[in-house]
Each structure stands twice: as C-alpha cells, then as structure tokens.
Ligand binder design. Structure first.
Ligand code: SF4
Ligand code: SF4
Length: 713
C-alpha cells in the first residue's frame, strides 16, 4: 500500500470517553466499529482508498471483533456483498469511488434496494467531484433517488461524520433501505477530534455465527412478482419511515441567524465552504455561528418536507447550494414549497454556476449576488458586493503579472515500467503508421499526455478492449487496446477478453502487469505476487488467458524497448486472426522503490554490498536533438546548457532523481539514436572484486587521460 496506517489504527481501539484525534476517513472506520458491523469490504479509488487501506492495516483489530473484511475485485462484487443484510440482521459497510464505482455496482444496488434490508447497510462513497477529480463529473444523487436509497452528505466535522455513520445504520434498519454516505476529498482528510465509544461486537459475526438460513421468503428476492410490491413498499413505507427517522433524530441541522428573512439551504458536505465564505464577509464566525440562517442537509435524499417548510416559512428568499447538474435539490425545494403554498423565492443555479466545484471564489461571488438580489434587512448588500469585488481583484492582477502559466498535467513516475511500452508503440508506429489506441483507466492513461499523446478513447476501467470491438472491423490497421492488471481483473477479463474471444475478434491487447492496483496506492490484485496476508494468490494473467483460449500470447519485459517494438510489429502484421495479447511485465517503480529502499537500508545496516544504478549522458557525444526526451518522456531526463562553447544547443542530461530503469539507454538503442548514454553503478560497501575492478579501470583510464589532455592542448 502507498501509505501504512499501522500507527494510526491504534486509535481504533479507543474506549468509551477517550478522545479520538485524526483524519475523517479514520474516524469513519472507528464509527463502523462502534456501530457493531459484521462485515466490511470495498474497492479502492480516490478519495476513499485509504478507508480500505486502514481496514487492511486494522485486520487484527477488526478480526478480534469478528468482523469479516473482503478486498473485492470490483465495486459490483462489493455491492453484492451487501446481500448478506437482506435476510440477516447483519450490519455491513462497503466503500468505493463514485460516480464510476457506483455505475459498476448499479446492478447489484438495484437488486439490493428493491427487497430492502433487515440489517443496516452503509455504502461509503468517495465523491470524486470537483477540481481535483480523476473521473467524469456526475453526482451520486441520481442513484439514490432512482433506487430509493438514502444519501447522507455529512458536514465535514468529525463528531458529525461519526454520528451520521452510527445513525445511518439505524436509519437503514428503521426504513429497511440501504444508506449511502458520500464523502468528498476534504471530508476524508479533514482532521479533528471526537469522544470515542467502545467498539461493539455484533450479535452475529465470525465470532458468533448464524445457526442457519431463515424460512424461505420469496419477498426477499428482487424478482417478479415480488418486485411490484417492493416498488410500493419503497414509496409507501420506506420513504415515510426514513423521513420520520431523519426528522426525529434531527439528522439535518439548522444554524439560526439574525438575518431571518433570508436563508441558505446547503448540502452538508459544502457547509464548511459556505461558512468560510460567510466568515470572510463578517457574516459568520470561525466557530460556525452564522448571521444568515442555514439549513444543513446532512441527508441530501430524501428531503423532509416538514423541516423544509418550517425553515422557509416567513423567509423572502433562500439560496440552495448544491454542486453540479441537474439541480436535484433546488427542484425538490421548489416543488415542496409550491405544494405547501409557501411563496419563498428559491435561488440557486444562476447565482451559482451549473457545473464545476464551488470553490471559495465561486461561493463569495454567489453570496454577493444573492444578497444584492434579495437585500436582507439589516445589512448593506451593495457594500458586501463591493468588498467581494476587491477581495477577488488581486487574482486578475496576479494573472496579468505572471502571464500564462503552462499546464502541468500528471505524468508517469520516474522509471515507470509503463513508459517504455509507449516508447515502443511510438517506434512501431514510425514504421507501420498510426493506429487507433484504446486507452483505459490507470497510470497508463498518462500516455495520453505529451510526449506520447497516445489514446483515442477512454470508456471505463478495464473497458479498452471492449471499446475497440467496433473499431477493429472498420479499420485497416489493427487497433491496440491497453489496460493495466488492475483493469484486467476489475472488468477487462470478461467485458473485453471473453467478449472478444466469443465474437472471434481480432486486434491487439497490451496488459501492463505491474503487480498492483498502482494508481490507487498499490493495493494487491489477484495476480500480485502475494495477497494482503502475504500468501501466494495462485492466479496469473497468463494462465487465465490461456484457459480462456488465447493462443497468441507473449510476455515481454517492459523495459526491453527493442523486443517490445518487435513483438508489437509482429502482432500488428501477423496473418493469424484472433486476439493477440502482449503482457508487459515490470513491477510498478514506485512500489519497487519503496521495497528496494527498505531492503537496501537493511543491507547497509548489516554492512552488506548495495548497488544503485544511475544513467548519464556524455556531453561530448550528445547531438542536442533531444529525440531521447521525446521518446521517453522521463522527468529525470532533461536539458542543460551545452558545455562546449562552440555549440549552442542545450544537451540532454540525467538528474539526481534517476532510478536507473535503463529506458533512456534502451530507447537510444532501439531508435538508433546517438550513443551518448552510459550506465553507472554506485556501490556501497564494495567487495574485493569491486575494488580490484575499480583499480584496473582507473589505471586504464589514467593511461589515456594525459593523451586526451595533450590532444585538447
Ligand atoms: S505508480 Fe507505478 S505504475 Fe503508476 S506511474 Fe508510478 S511507477 Fe508507473
Ligand atoms: S533518466 Fe533514464 S534511466 Fe534514469 S529513470 Fe529516466 S529513463 Fe530511467
């Protein structure tokens, strides 16, 4: 894993009344244990990867409570796990990144929500929406609405988050519906403290197993004709029960304010941003007290009509703050107020943008517009608008002063084993011409940026081969689909490979076998050398492909650019029909560096020999055409001024961060570039042979040195 939580997970053992201090995501884990869960699981993805990583690091602690942990192979398998709570009073929680993960899980979620649950179910969604997002911008709200699951969006503050987890299970049980809890990146990483409770052992768990299944009940199946009555149950019983629970337990909050003729209705997760913007306008303080009343929706769906009416009654106007589109809450507020014949004006989109993250700047502008529009009694709205203008004016002057700043897209890590594969694709294309590249989700999608700019479509995680299915029969040249081993196990095996074989497809698939789900922080995969417990998994990509019937299969070391180029050419030109799979084999460099650094430190401590490889460029040979940089894109391979006063072109140079992967040398060789690259070994604790070799080399080089000096003179 990218980050170890071994130290932090000790906080999960805190008992009644002790103070928990830490990050939001760790607080969620503690709240799950305080809630008496019987099982937890999920699939990694930003911003909730750490939740799963924490659970893995806390396996001993949760094991003592009898809690089962499942590191699922995709979100569909995590959602299906929740089926345990349909028949049994087992509380369970799973996690994944939304919206993409919710899309993958949608089938199981519909089939879970229809019969409903008797044990509390919580789905913790990493809501990856906004400027730091790594996926398409959509909201999870639609899933909650369409499937009748309740959507919590807690205010990013630890006591609130913990209370919502605990009460969320009760809400689920009281209404027999699954509960989703969305956590934005800031909620995951917000720090704070709360008074802990003792962890609860569930009535039934691995420590106290169920005696057997319940009496057969067809109504527990999401199957006709039961689904017709289940649909009625959703709206006639579960929804009112949920609304009643939310109201009775006061899950939503009202922050009173003296400017009572107006108000703000805000989704819980956005509350801190709104309060901060109000504070900058002297309309709130740092402790969360506000002059404008706030109705904080810790539960975004369902809305509670009575609460909404009470909040809006007597107000001339309210501003609804919800990110993204459609404006689900604004529409619902309008409907409820019209039904109740309350004439409060509802403002939202228009004051606020229809798309994009509600940053501090966006909120300041929106609040100023709202206040000028509705002019609450007791404040000078024009003065506030002028103030906002002057607060934000510095930005325009900063942009003017600095000028255009080039974009800095993400890139492969230094020494990444996936980079050489794209160098090879470029070299192959030089000879055979360009072809369609079906890209995928994962680190390899960085190849869509310069200097590779390879990738014509991205359709989802593990979908690259499937997304080439209709390109192949319509294009002269075979398309190349690229997927990682993470994508392969997540979806690519069935959606791509099985479908291609079943349809007698053609085309080329490259599977990047780096050993981990690297982009999400190095979680283990079915084909990792070992699983999270250190035991061999017994599954390989090669065996799996062969068992399905793939006959054209080559495994090539990722860094062997010449061999990879040759294999690619063969795959593109062979007369053999059918799927051609190249497995690019090379351990994730980030994981390797973490592993090797620890191993080297241990060896050095014991006085053992340690070798570090570095590459370099000979200034005198480098021609300065920079083809090597364009073909490798390694951030450690850069340029420096030419030391030769007679040559003005900067020369290539390798900087200190080089990890010695050898790609630059391989590329120079495969592309027949200048022979300027050299490989050096930095040896610590050298043995007698190293010393002897060094003496011989020094003597030979020393013998040539005077002649070289003479030649220069
Ligand atoms: S995390 Fe690993 S696979 Fe991903 S870019 Fe870095 S080295 Fe490459
Ligand atoms: S400079 Fe060359 S050897 Fe060093 S990390 Fe980059 S590509 Fe690898």
């Amino acid at each position: 894993m990218e980050r170890s939580f071994k130290k932090e997970v000790q906080a999960l053992t805190l008992g009644e009344g002790e103070t928990f201090r830490g990050e939001g995501i760790l607080a969620v884990t503690k709240a799950l244990l305080q809630s008496g869960v019987s099982y937890v699981g999920g699939y990694q993805g930003a911003p909730v990867s750490h939740l799963l990583d924490v659970l893995v690091d806390a396996e001993d602690i949760i094991g003592d409570l009898g809690v089962h942990l499942e590191t699922c192979t995709n979100e569909a398998s995590a959602a299906a796990m929740l089926g345990a709570s349909i028949n049994y009073r087992l509380r369970g929680a799973v996690t994944w990144k939304s919206i993409v993960g919710t899309n993958v899980a949608a089938d199981a979620l519909s089939n879970l929500a229809s019969p409903g649950v008797v044990g509390g179910v919580m789905i913790i969604l990493g809501e990856d929406y906004g400027e730091g997002a790594s996926v398409i911008q959509e909201r999870s709200y639609a899933y909650a609405m369409k499937s009748s699951m309740w959507l919590m969006d807690p205010r990013p503050d630890l006591p609130t988050i913990v209370r919502m987890v605990e009460e969320g299970f009760e809400l689920s049980e009281a209404s027999h519906a699954p509960v989703m809890m969305e956590l934005r990146i800031r909620a995951c990483h917000v720090t704070g403290e709360f008074k802990a409770k003792a962890n609860r052992r569930a009535a039934f768990s691995g420590k106290n197993r169920l005696a057997g299944p319940p009496r057969f009940d067809y109504g527990r199946l999401a199957h006709p004709p039961a689904i017709y009555s289940q649909e009625r149950l959703k709206v006639e019983q579960r929804l009112p029960a949920a609304q009643q629970f939310i109201r009775t337990r006061k899950l939503n909050e009202v922050i009173a304010g003296d400017l009572a003729d107006v108000g703000i209705i805000v989704l819980g997760g956005l509350t801190n941003g709104v309060l901060r913007a109000l504070a900058r306008l002297d309309l709130a303080d740092l402790h969360g007290a506000s002059r404008i009343p706030l109705y904080v929706l810790n539960v975004g769906f369902p809305l509670v009509p009575e609460e909404l009416r009470e909040f809006c009654a007597g107000k001339r106007a309210v501003l609804v703050v919800e990110e993204g589109s459609p404006d689900y809450i604004e529409q619902a507020v309008n409907v409820e107020l019209r039904r109740a014949d309350i004439a409060t004006r509802v403002l939202g989109k228009g004051m606020l943008p229809r798309a994009g993250e509600y940053t501090s700047e966006v909120l300041l502008n929106a609040l100023a517009s709202f206040l000028v529009e509705v002019r609450p009694a007791g404040i000078d709205a024009d003065a506030i608008a002028t103030r906002v203008k002057s607060m934000l004016a510095h930005k325009a002057s900063a942009v003017a002063a600095v000028g255009d700043i080039p974009a800095r897209p993400p890139n492969f890590c230094t020494g990444c084993p996936e980079r050489p594969v794209f160098s090879a694709i470029k070299l192959m294309q030089r000879e055979l011409g360009p072809t369609h590249i079906s890209a995928d989700i994962g680190c390899h999608s960085f190849a869509t940026f310069a200097p590779f700019s390879l990738g014509n479509s991205i359709l989802g995680y593990g979908m690259s081969l499937a997304s080439a299915a209709a390109v192949t029969p319509n294009m002269d040249r075979r398309p190349i689909a690229v997927m990682g081993d993470g994508g392969f196990w997540h979806n690519g095996l069935i959606t791509g490979v099985a479908s291609n074989l079943f349809n007698k497809g053609d085309g080329v698939l490259i599977v990047m076998k780096n050993g981990y789900a690297s982009a999400t922080g190095q979680q283990y995969l079915p084909s990792s050398a070992a699983n999270r417990l250190g035991a061999p998994t017994g599954m390989t990509i090669e065996q799996t492909l062969r068992s399905l019937g793939v006959t054209w299969l080559r495994t090539v070391r990722s860094y062997s650019v010449a061999k990879m180029t040759k294999t690619l050419k063969e795959a593109m030109r062979t007369a053999e029909r059918g799927l051609k799979v190249i497995i690019a084999d090379g351990e994730c460099q980030l994981a390797r560096q973490r592993r090797v650094r620890a191993e080297d430190a241990e060896k050095l401590k014991r006085g053992k020999r340690v070798v570090r490889v570095r590459f370099g460029v000979d200034d005198e040979i480098c021609t300065g055409d920079h083809s090597c940089i364009r073909l490798s894109g390694c951030p450690s391979l850069t340029v420096k001024p030419n030391p030769d006063p007679l040559r003005s072109d900067p020369v290539a140079t390798v900087i200190e961060s080089c990890v010695g992967c050898g790609l630059c040398g391989e590329v120079a060789h495969a592309a027949v570039l200048c022979p300027s690259f050299y490989r050096a070994e930095i040896i610590r604790n050298p043995n007698w042979w190293d010393r002897a070799l060094h003496r011989v080399r020094a003597t030979i080089i020393g013998a040539f040195a005077p002649r070289r000096a003479e030649a220069r003179a």
